[in-house]
Design a binder for this molecule. Structure first.
Ligand SMILES: Cc1cc2nc3c(=O)[nH]c(=O)nc-3n(C[C@H](O)[C@H](O)[C@H](O)COP(=O)(O)OP(=O)(O)OC[C@H]3O[C@@H](n4cnc5c(N)ncnc54)[C@H](O)[C@@H]3O)c2cc1C
Length: 414
């Protein structure tokens, strides 16, 4: 069937918008990006999962990405000072690349932009505005359209909202969002002198002693340290973001150990209200990608990949927006379900159970079970099998029937 959509206007040039621009340009679609090019110095989305690499390769970008990023071999989840689950991406061998990257986000975004420009996407340097047309339609505001004179005053056939959490189209059309269960706030900054995991590049996600969880993401020249916790718990830590982040590090056993010689080298960035999925993902002549459509939760770092994947899925379904929306909802739901096992303590309880069996029945059978369960979970967290019916069913079964000698409630992240 001949493609109906010939011109596309993408609002927002973050990872999802710029990737979409590249993929559509490769397909011969006439693309205009609307973005003023302004970025904060510090942006979340630093820890990437292996499933992002095939998209980067498709864009012809991996070499340039590797040149600015820290190689990432896996993730370690810690709960308490001495307990850790190591997930190594080796376990996705044959399915996905066995590594990923930790990225300096603003520099990574510049690479995505550069590539879109090289592939022929046009760029209007403007903070875009859109207006409602009738009940359900949208158009670019006159001054925004005028910033792209090559469109000769004609609205693009399709408008894409890639504005991230600004959710420009949803706000304009007053489309509500389904809000996730957590009311967290995240504070993060870059540090020197924070101890890294012994495996170079390994990201550490830690359940904090008092409330919430933390990240340590090694970048090439510094460590990104973040904390994510309930807004009320955060308020008790101090008056300013700086006080709250520093106090959280000081009172947590693992973070204070790792950070005893720390020196903060950036401002502290704050993110809040981010577990949102738009109740609608498309309408007549418009569609949403990346965070503008929905964002799950940062703990397992799926955001950047979902942003890029949404660009891929939309490119494949440009004339079938309902199919695009269905696929994205399926992905978002699978990630939400997976992260819930970490928050409610069942993932850590399953690990405890495994460790108990290993101690009680040492030998080949225990080792084999541990190897396969680790591999299954690592594959899901790497993005290889997150939606797999078998993997989802297996975890559900194990969480319901396989937990022994461990109480998930005590291991939950408050
Ligand atoms: C606390 C926290 C930690 C996270 N950590 C990770 C992580 O470690 N790994 C990971 O993969 N993901 C992480 N994420 C998620 C990740 O950052 C996002 O999923 C990702 O940035 C989404 O990309 P995007 O292109 O959809 O949106 P964005 O990256 O937000 O890009 C949107 C772009 O649109 C532009 N824009 C907005 N409004 C307009 C307008 N009106 N006109 C023109 N342009 C506009 C913005 O300037 C921006 O450049 C985290 C999220 C949070 C909240």
């Amino acid at each position: 069937m001949k493609q109906q959509i010939k011109t596309v206007g993408i609002v927002g040039s973050g990872p999802s918008g710029a990737t979409l621009a590249s993929l559509l340009a490769l397909k011969g679609v006439d693309v205009t990006i609307f973005d003023d090019g302004r970025r904060p110095d510090l942006i979340v989305g630093e820890s990437l999962i292996p499933s992002i690499i095939p998209v980067m390769r498709k864009l012809g970008l991996e070499e340039r990405v590797a040149a600015i990023c820290q190689h990432k071999p896996g993730v370690t989840f810690t709960f308490g000072r001495d307990q850790a689950i190591d997930f190594c991406f080796d376990s996705v061998e044959g399915v996905l690349p066995t590594y990923s990257y930790n990225s300096p986000r603003p520099a990574l975004d510049r690479l995505f932009d550069e590539r879109a420009d090289e592939l022929g996407a046009k760029r209007a340097r403007v903070r875009a505005k859109v207006e409602r047309v009738g009940q359900d339609g949208l158009k670019l505001a006159d001054e925004t359209l005028a910033a792209a004179p090559w469109l000769n005053g004609r609205q693009p056939d399709l408008l894409v909202d890639s504005t991230g959490r600004a959710r420009l189209f949803a706000r304009t059309l007053e489309i509500p969002a389904e809000v996730g269960p957590r009311r967290d706030v995240a504070y993060f900054a870059h540090y020197e002198g924070v101890a890294a995991h012994p495996i170079e590049g390994q990201v550490v996600i830690g359940r904090m002693d008092h409330a919430g969880w933390s990240w340590r993401i090694p970048l090439r020249d510094c460590m990104s340290v973040g904390i994510v916790l309930n807004k009320d718990d955060a308020a008790q830590l101090g008056a300013t973001p700086e006080e709250r982040l520093e106090a959280a590090i000081d009172r947590d056993s693992q973070l204070s150990d790792a950070g005893k010689n720390r020196r903060r080298i950036s401002e502290v960035a704050v993110y809040t209200n981010y577990q949102l999925v738009s109740e609608r993902g498309h309408g007549p002549g418009w569609v949403m990608t990346g965070d503008a459509f929905g964002f799950v939760d940062p703990m397992l770092s799926p955001g950047m990949w979902l942003a890029l994947r949404s660009a891929e899925v939309l490119t494949e379904n440009l004339d079938n927006l309902p199919a695009y929306t269905r696929e994205m909802r399926k992905l978002i739901k699978a990630w939400m379900d997976l992260v819930q096992y970490f928050y409610d303590g069942r993932m850590f309880a399953m690990y405890h159970t495994g460790a108990y069996f290993e101690r009680t029945y040492p030998g080949k059978i225990s080792d084999t079970i541990k190897y396969h369960v680790n591999r299954l979970i690592a594959s899901m967290a790497a993005g290889a099998t997150t939606t797999s019916v078998f993997s989802r069913g297996f975890i559900k079964f194990m969480a319901r029937h396989g937990i022994r000698k461990s109480n998930p409630v005590e291991l939950a992240i408050r």
